[in-house]
Design a protein around this ligand. Structure first.
Ligand SMILES: Nc1nc2c(c(=O)[nH]1)N[C@H]1C(S)=C(S)[C@@H](COP(=O)(O)O)O[C@H]1N2
Ligand SMILES: [Mo]
Length: 391
């Protein structure tokens, strides 16, 4: 057993005590209880406000798809408990040739279905490293790298639903909206979570998903139906879908005007264009601060992903970036997913060490040493330096 593995087991051994203490003092708890339905054991998740981040160490040994019990949750408010029997989807707006069209859950499930492996990732994933690695000042949930997951989604193509609803050639934007509570920021309601998609993307590869990894969508991930937008930032993939506006004019919401754009000294004064495709990132499947025994072989593992093109190469450094070695890819490069990789490491000297992983995709995009900062801390793609100890 490697000592990294032993560290994990030690953490597991102490977890029940921590859980017991947390349960015994609910009223005194400093952190608000997140509005998440599924269990969030500390060995699988780090809770951050109303959100839960996957612990990358907990993905080691799991397969290509992130199991639902460890798939990250990003909630602006809290998970609503919806009933598929009374739920329906309304498609409406000036971009239709006729009036609104409603679809029941049963009707959607009876339409031709598609199955796709697609990564979901929050645009703010990695945000914490703007602060800890670059000393930038940013706002938002301080995710490390665990606001990403890959699932097998089954659903109906959005294009199929829009055609049946009578989308016209004059439609330009499509805006799905969630049924969760209105989002309040700074004392002001921003309304329900919604973000427009251009018609070209909506008719391309977007899915209205009702299954995740072979089972009905879990409540936290959008039951009964959610949008899945391949390659785009997570905010496009609206959960708990209630209605879709189809418009002959461009649409706006706080999620494409105030949020999910790049602001800061390197960007236009009124912000960059609304975020779409995700960039290149990599993570080791271990905890920062792990301990490795010297003179033994340790199989370092990790995952890399890019919304721009399949990841085709991953390089690893175990000496803070001085020397680099190609990692072995454990999956064939695929669009919209990730690749698992491994690298055998035999540390020779004891003391602190720094592990780095840098991915490159088929379009030649790679991870820089530094990400140009933006005030809301989006799209951190720089190579992350992982401190470990050889003991
Ligand atoms: N209705 C609704 N949809 C939503 C959100 C939300 O809070 N409400 N969060 C978005 C964001 S920011 C992300 S990153 C993804 C997260 O999906 P997950 O919680 O299933 O991992 O859902 C998106 N869809
Ligand atoms: Mo997100």
């Amino acid at each position: 057993m490697t000592s990294a593995r032993r560290t994990v087991l030690k953490l597991l051994a102490t977890a029940p005590v921590a859980a017991h203490v947390a349960r015994a003092t609910p009223a005194a708890a400093a952190e608000p209880t997140p509005g998440i339905v599924k269990p969030l054991p500390p060995e699988l998740f780090t809770v951050r406000g109303s959100n839960a981040e996957t612990r990358f160490a907990a993905l080691r040994g799991t397969g290509y798809h992130t199991p639902v019990d460890r798939f990250f949750v990003r909630n602006h408010t809290s998970t609503p408990l919806l009933d598929a029997r009374t739920w329906s989807l309304t498609v409406w707006g000036s971009g239709l040739r006729g009036g609104p069209r409603r679809f029941s859950y049963r009707e959607l499930r009876a339409l031709p279905s598609v199955v796709h492996d697609v990564a979901l990732e929050c645009a703010g994933n990695g945000r914490n490293f703007f602060t800890t690695q670059q000393h930038d000042t940013v706002t938002g949930t301080p995710w490390t790298l665990g606001a990403v997951g890959v699932a097998r989604w089954r659903g109906v193509r959005l294009a199929e639903v829009l055609r049946r609803a009578g989308i016209g050639g004059h439609a330009v934007d499509v805006m799905p909206r969630g049924l969760d509570a209105e989002y309040v920021a700074g004392g002001v309601s921003k309304g329900r979570v919604r973000r427009p998609l251009p018609v070209a993307k909506a008719l391309d590869d977007v899915i209205l998903a009702y299954e995740m990894n072979g089972a009905p969508l879990p409540h936290d991930h959008g039951f009964p139906v959610r949008v899945v937008v391949p390659a785009w930032v997570g905010i496009a993939s609206i959960k708990w879908l209630g209605d879709i506006e189809v418009s002959a004019e461009p649409l706006y919401s706080p999620w494409n005007t105030e949020f999910y754009r790049l602001f800061g000294s390197a960007y236009p004064a009124d912000g960059g264009t609304p975020l779409t495709v995700r960039n290149v990132r990599s993570a080791f499947e271990l905890d920062h601060g792990s301990v490795f025994a010297a003179h033994r072989i340790h199989h370092l593992t990790g995952r890399s992903w890019s919304g721009l093109a399949p990841v085709t190469r991953v390089d690893v450094s175990t000496d803070g970036g001085t020397h680099w070695h190609q990692a072995r890819l454990e999956d064939l490069p695929r669009r919209n997913g990730w690749v698992r990789w491994s690298f055998p490491w035999r540390p020779r000297t004891t003391g602190p060490a720094e592990l780095l992983a840098r991915a490159t995709d088929a379009a030649g995009n790679t991870q820089p040493d530094r990400t140009v900062p933006n005030t809301q801390g989006f799209l951190f793609d720089a190579v992350v330096r992982v401190p470990v100890t050889v003991g």
